[in-house]
Design a protein around this ligand. Structure first.
Ligand SMILES: Cc1ncc(COP(=O)(O)O)c(C=O)c1O
Length: 446
């Protein structure tokens, strides 16, 4: 390839070499959408247009874009120490960060294992679950239970427990011994519910069925998103997560909450575990951990899990044969510490809680709009489901995504659902703008 990149970052002259993730590469490259800067609630495109960010980047920029305390913390850190050896060495910020996190994590969830992406956090949590049972002498507990429509990233572990068909079907037999709970989405029973739907807690009882089928002695863990995002915003039915917890407890099964999108204030509480008052054994988190600034994720475990590993391994031995070159990267730790300060200083989780009612009323204003068959919401999250076009699932929502972009609003499309998850700094007028653009776009679609 002889083409060179333009000296101006505003006009790349060759889009071909980059294979874009989860993107229709050919239409994108024929008609690219390029952001060149971002501030607070907005992106700026290469043409100089301002785009209101209705999805916090991708559920990650909870404090808004390019916040000076975070930017400056990363700049200071990169000038001071760019990288620090991750195995058998440490640096102070990783310990400070873990301690700060343990103070805001629920219950006795007080240890953090750092990774770099949500996918890595999920695979790490699944591995910890398997190893935990093994070091306790229950090595037959190797089965992992996910859920239909679940999204847990794109590692082999994550797609195995995940339940989104296109993410799985190209990639062979995946992990052995995985089974799935039914998903909880039911338009007939729950369409246009505000907040948690009343119908569906009994769907958790399917776990009892899987226990009967496989025997509890073979099951290591259940992993679910407390609120499923990537599959189109599925709010858990009232009592569903509590019921899962009870069944897991009854059978000695670990419960993992994948809080990659719900962690760090999205529901108006630190974590969904707090919001729903259900304590899992592990939480996976990423995205909002560093406000999306530097890739970082974590698995948070209850004290008993960490202690089990520490007690089982002989003195001087490595307790868990797992880790990444960039676990606890200094830049990510600097970003995360500064992010936690912004969340605290601006009381952003409480802010999200305070705005949730206004948000709920605003998005439910779309009920009755042409093409809309459901609106669902919780905290500062909403899903707007549109009727699929005959024989073309996803096409109508894909058009809506493009039309919103033309009108200056970034939303996320998944199947025939438009997902919304704005930064927690959003103002009420900006909520009105989101709803008004979406309303105009949806009613104009065929
Ligand atoms: C619930 C959940 N888990 C895992 C992931 C994967 O995170 P990443 O894309 O950082 O690997 C995501 C990403 O959206 C997610 O929503």
């Amino acid at each position: 390839m002889t083409d060179t990149l333009s000296t101006s970052d505003l006009s790349p002259n060759n889009l071909e070499a980059c294979w874009m993730p989860f993107t229709a590469n050919r239409p994108f490259k024929a008609n690219p959408r390029l952001f060149v800067s971002a501030k607070d609630m907005h992106y700026t495109t290469v043409e100089g247009r301002k785009i209101l960010d209705g999805i916090a980047g991708m559920w990650c920029v909870n404090a808004g874009h390019c916040r000076p305390p975070i930017v400056e913390a990363v700049q200071r850190q990169v000038a001071k120490m760019d990288y620090s050896t991750a195995f058998q060495m440490g640096h102070p910020a990783q310990f400070e960060l873990a301690s700060r996190l343990s103070a805001i994590l629920p219950g006795d969830i007080d240890h953090a294992f750092f990774c770099n992406s949500g996918s890595e956090a999920v695979d790490t949590a699944l591995k910890i679950a398997l190893a935990y049972h093994r070091v306790r002498g229950e090595g037959a507990r190797t089965r992992l239970i996910g859920r239909e429509r679940g999204y847990h990233g794109v590692g082999f572990g994550g797609i195995s427990v995940g339940g989104i068909a296109p993410n799985r079907k190209f990639f062979g037999p995946l992990l052995n011994g995985v089974d799935h709970l039914p998903h909880t989405h039911n338009l007939e029973k729950n369409a246009f519910t505000k907040g948690e739907p009343g119908w569906g807690a009994h769907l958790a009882d399917a776990l009892e069925g899987l226990v009967t089928l496989h025997d509890a002695s073979t099951i290591a863990a259940v992993i679910v998103e407390p609120v499923a995002g990537s599959t189109g915003v599925l709010i858990p039915p009232k009592g569903y997560l509590k019921r899962l917890r009870e069944i897991c407890d009854k059978h000695g099964i670990l419960l993992i909450f994948d809080e990659v999108i719900t962690g760090f204030g999205r529901l108006g509480a630190s974590f969904a575990a707090d919001y729903f008052d259900v304590l899992p054994d592990m939480i996976t988190a990423a995205k909002g951990l560093t406000n999306g600034t530097v890739p970082m994720s974590a698995v948070f475990t209850r004290k008993g899990i960490y202690d089990t590993f520490m007690d089982a391994a002989p003195e001087g031995a490595i307790e868990l044969f797992h880790g990444y070159t960039y676990s606890g990267h200094p830049l990510a730790c600097a970003a995360a510490l500064a992010t936690l300060n912004v969340y605290r200083d601006e009381d952003l989780f409480a802010r999200a809680h305070g705005l949730a009612g206004y948000w709920e009323d605003a998005v439910h204003g779309l009920r009755g709009t042409k093409n809309v068959i459901d609106v669902r919401n919780l905290g500062l999250v909403a899903g707007i489901e549109v009727a699929p076009r005959d024989g073309k699932p996803g096409a109508r929502a894909a058009d809506a995504f493009l039309k919103c972009y033309e009108k200056g609003l970034l939303v996320r499309q998944t199947g025939d659902i438009i997902a919304l998850s704005p930064p927690l700094i959003i103002e009420k007028e900006q909520i009105d703008t989101i709803v008004s653009i979406l309303g105009d776009v949806l009613s104009a679609l065929d």
